[in-house]
Design a protein around this ligand. Sequence first.
Ligand SMILES: [Zn+2]
Length: 415
Amino acid sequence: MSLAVAGAQLEGHPVGLRAEDGVIAELGPEVAPRPGDELIDATGMLLCPPMVNAHTHAAMTLFRGFGDDMPLMEWLQNRIWPAEAKIEPQDVYWGTRLACLEMIRSGTTRFFDMYWFGPDVARAVGDSGVRAAVSSVLIDQLDPARGEAMRPQVLDWLDRIRKAGERVVPSLGAHAIYTVSPESLAWFAELGAEREIPLQIHLSETEQEVNDCLEAHGRRPAAYLDELGFLGPRTLLAHGVWLDDAELELIAERGATVVTNPAANMKLAVGGVFPYPNAARAGVSIGLGTDGVSSNSNLDMFEEVKLLALGQKQASGDPAMLPAGDALAIARGQRSQALGGTPLEPGQPADFLLLRGSDPELSAGDLDADLVYAAAGSVVDTTVVAGRVLMRDRVVPAADELVAEVRARAARLTR
Ligand SMILES: [Zn+2]
């Protein structure tokens, strides 16, 4: 299977691209289509790397617009948890399919997910054509016996996720230090190291979490996790709003990644912002995520990267903070080994976007700045993963059916 892109622009220069067996085979000004190639005429389009959504709960598209403008605990207790009590594996499959559709339409080709029924998430990712690290999830409400009882299911889900194909990476998802016992966290750390798979957890989203951790364990959240062996090069820490300098240094030393989620933090009014300048100074690996649709309320990484950059400028009082090029590199997963954001180069996976260069948002100015400050995901015309075209001319096959299916399921769950 081979694919050729002709007539595109890359960093201001005409370029051709050929992909074979899911990998970029050739890229350069002289590269021309060969007989038998599937051909994309990309005249007037801009070739660029895709986005990596480093933290989300994809199936929560089912709960979009359900309980907005509410305080976190009230929203969880009165809306989300009762609705989630009714959720079935097939709901998760279709909710994830819709999320994948939304990501394909807004230029995200890889995401890191944490939600119930991982095998159904994995199946949806496989059927959608994107890539994802899919979690087998554990929440034991701080009861180690309950955690122990969940272990066979965690292992079973992990095996089933692994079988979903080469675009799916199995992962372990521990909800947070206030919902998972230290015994279960330590077991996850051991299992993750043994299988060399990503570990995902929410960390330091609210100040309350830090205070509670200090009270219960006499140390701050990152130090607590480290003692349990949880911090390593494949660990993703979502949020990290309240990390202090010593924690950032520890995280950098262990090679773990902090994934910031500015839209969710703003929407839930957590009262702070990820300390990017300090994290960058400490050499922390950084990623960007949308979090779940329930707390965002979309999966558009173009919108997220703008909020990231603007939020950091605002918080630091420095308009030069986090320039567009750096913000884009974070959004593309290129500032963390664990996120697998690959450059456009021969030998790399054939994952790329073609943007509509004639769209008003991209019509003038520095491209990086336009992409961060002006564009939304709607500038994406074509999305390609592993050399396979998932969207062309903004059309994804069967999109209407997906929307209708999820609308019906969401109505049942939120009734
Ligand atoms: Zn989250």
